[in-house]
Design a protein around this ligand. Structure first.
Ligand code: E4P
Length: 222
């Protein structure tokens, strides 16, 4: 399973990129709004910070409701990328979003169909040619459903029917989500920097480092 970072915050993206485990970035209108910057400018900045990742998802804004409006926005976003292939157009899971997905796929543009909450939605998105589908785990858990189980089922369905779309486990809230979606067959987990930090840690690792440091300090110096 690969890691994407789920943020529009450039400092967090830089920190994660430096570690060398980052394969992509996902943003959404809420994450961009939180930053208080112009959407297109922030996407351009992110594309520059992470030139070697496979995908930077830029989501069409909520003002784009019809497929034509989404395609028009996508075409502007692609220009920011200056022809490179790592920009991915994120589209909502609506009939218009699927139509835009099919259109952009035919043009060779990468797409990420977002706000997936059922297996059938994932199947439709894959059939519309989506490069990525994004099931939202945390938001399902919030309403007492099982987000990881959804990822398990989508992974199984894609295997059975030989579908190429990659599953991005989204709305990931904690380390246990990461382990479970990796085992469930998600291709990617998109996670905030706080979760990247959490999964790097264990109290016994810290204790071990302290013990090595203490013992080393007492060792004879030659
Ligand atoms: C995915 O691409 C979304 O940006 C994201 O994971 C949403 O997560 P949330 O439910 O924590 O807002």
């Amino acid at each position: 399973m690969k890691f994407f970072i789920d943020t529009a915050n450039v400092e967090d993206i830089k920190k994660a990129y430096k570690i060398g485990v980052l394969s992509g970035v996902t943003t959404n209108p809420s994450l961009v709004a939180k930053e208080g910057v112009k959407f297109e400018d922030r996407i351009a900045e992110i594309l520059q910070i992470v030139p070697e990742v496979e995908s930077v998802s830029a989501e069409v804004t909520p003002d784009a409701v019809t497929a034509e409006e989404m395609i028009a926005q996508a075409q502007e976003l692609i220009k920011i990328n200056d022809g490179d292939k790592n920009i991915t157009i994120k589209l909502p899971m609506t009939l218009a979003g699927l139509e835009a997905c099919r259109y952009l796929t035919k043009l060779g543009v990468k797409t990420n169909v977002t706000l997936i909450f059922t297996v059938n939605q994932a199947l439709l998105a894959a059939r519309a040619g989506a490069t990525y589908v994004s099931p939202f785990l945390g938001r399902l858990d919030d309403i007492s459903e099982d987000g990881v189980q959804l990822v398990t089922k989508i992974a199984e369905l894609f295997r059975v029917h030989n579908l190429d779309a990659q599953i991005i486990a989204a709305s990931v809230r904690h380390p246990d989500h990461v382990t479970r979606v990796a085992l469930a067959g998600a291709h990617i987990a998109t996670i905030p920097f706080s979760v990247i930090e959490q999964i790097s840690k264990h109290p016994l690792t810290d204790q071990g480092i302290d013990k090595f440091a203490g013992d080393w300090a007492k060792a004879p110096k030659f």
